[in-house]
Design a protein around this ligand. Structure first.
Ligand SMILES: O=P(O)(O)OC[C@@]1(O)O[C@H](CO)[C@@H](O)[C@@H]1O
Length: 339
């Protein structure tokens, strides 16, 4: 029987959430109930101000999108990628279920937060997206983006905003979302959370919120957005074992042109949750996991980080001993597709 103080942290956490699920499954009237749904829904309601301001912003961008030149599209992409990154700051797991809502407009503080992005591979992500346009602007070949989701509430909303922008700007043609098949780490996204978000937006009396809700529902119906869940995401395994343990999921991810991994837990599993030296290359820490080009968007909440310049970790530790766990710092860390 694993115990909290003698077992690997990641293993014990996964074990605990599975026991919660088991307890529910053993109570038939409750077996479909998500014990965390109330908390997740509250985090969505508490972030209304930020959600509405982002809806207005996206609405304005969509209105003029066909007239934007490449530089303007790139600038907007950079901005919404950062919003999506910082959306990961607000998860309920790190705050032990307490409120962590997004009150202010998510766009206003972005410039001040730039210094907190320890690794910023936005250019590499952009180059991957742009490659499709450059290679063959009139190509009928489909560019597929996959997003391995993290938290419901405000973070999921920022993921959908980025997805909408990428689809509307024709940088990508199809988006596959990957969520959890059971309640997980309190706030992780399930299919019900996606449906809840879309329905609530549709029912809103705010013009852009309801319009976006309706658009997103039709994306899910016409297949330009596809939602998947797979048991592997709720196993304790590191991702380098995916090909052996869940070959069907690995094969699915190989069809992608770019995979965005949201959040801290995904980062821990990408890198095996090991005590890597901070200067270890991301590529090395991935230990052969390479279904496609991938990028981690993560606010740091667990004590590991790879890919830093020599000396950087020491400077950060001297300035703020909690830099790895406070959620104040973040990375946009890319690894290219293997040929
Ligand atoms: O993946 P997320 O939502 O960014 O973060 C999840 C997380 O903060 O929750 C756990 C605390 O229980 C940490 O292990 C983990 O890093």
């Amino acid at each position: 029987m694993p115990s909290w103080f003698t077992s690997a942290w990641l293993y014990v956490e996964c074990y605990m959430y599975r026991r919660v699920q088991e307890a529910m499954a053993l109570c038939p009237p409750l077996n479909d109930h998500d014990v965390f749904s109330e908390l997740k829904q509250k985090s969505f309601f508490d972030s209304q101000k930020a959600i509405i301001s982002l809806c207005d912003h996206l609405g304005e961008v969509l209105n003029k999108i066909s007239g934007l030149n490449k530089d303007e599209v790139k600038k907007e992409f950079q901005q919404l990628l950062q919003v999506c990154l910082w959306g990961n700051k607000c998860d309920l797991s790190i705050s032990a279920g307490k409120d962590n809502p997004q009150k202010a407009s998510p766009l206003t503080g972005l410039n001040d937060l730039k210094a907190k992005i320890l690794i910023d591979d936005t250019e590499a992500v952009w180059a991957t997206l742009e490659d499709k346009l450059k290679k063959n602007p009139s190509s009928t070949q489909c560019f597929r983006l996959d997003i391995v989701l993290d938290n419901a509430g405000f973070e999921l909303f920022t993921d959908l905003v980025l997805a909408e922008f990428l689809l509307a700007s024709k940088l990508v043609d199809q988006i596959h979302f990957h969520g959890k098949c059971m309640p997980w780490f309190i706030s992780d996204v399930t299919k019900e959370d996606v449906n809840f978000t879309v329905h609530l937006l549709m029912a809103s009396n705010h013009r852009w919120s309801s319009k976006l809700g309706a658009t997103w529902r039709s994306h899910l119906q016409d297949g330009s957005w596809v939602y998947h869940d797979h048991m592997f995401w709720t196993f304790p395994h590191e991702y380098c074992s995916m090909e052996a343990i869940a070959p069907d999921l690995y094969a699915e991810l190989k069809r992608s042109n770019l995979i965005l991994f949201k959040g801290d837990l995904n980062y821990r599993k990408l890198t095996g949750d090991r005590q890597w030296d901070h200067t270890t290359a991301f590529e090395t820490a991935l230990q052969g996991f390479h279904p496609s080009a991938l990028c981690s968007l993560r606010a740091l909440k667990a004590d590991l980080q790879v890919g830093l310049q020599p000396g950087m970790a020491e400077i950060l530790t001297a300035a703020d001993p909690d830099w790895m766990v406070s959620g104040e710092y973040a990375v946009i860390q890319f690894s290219d597709a293997k040929q």
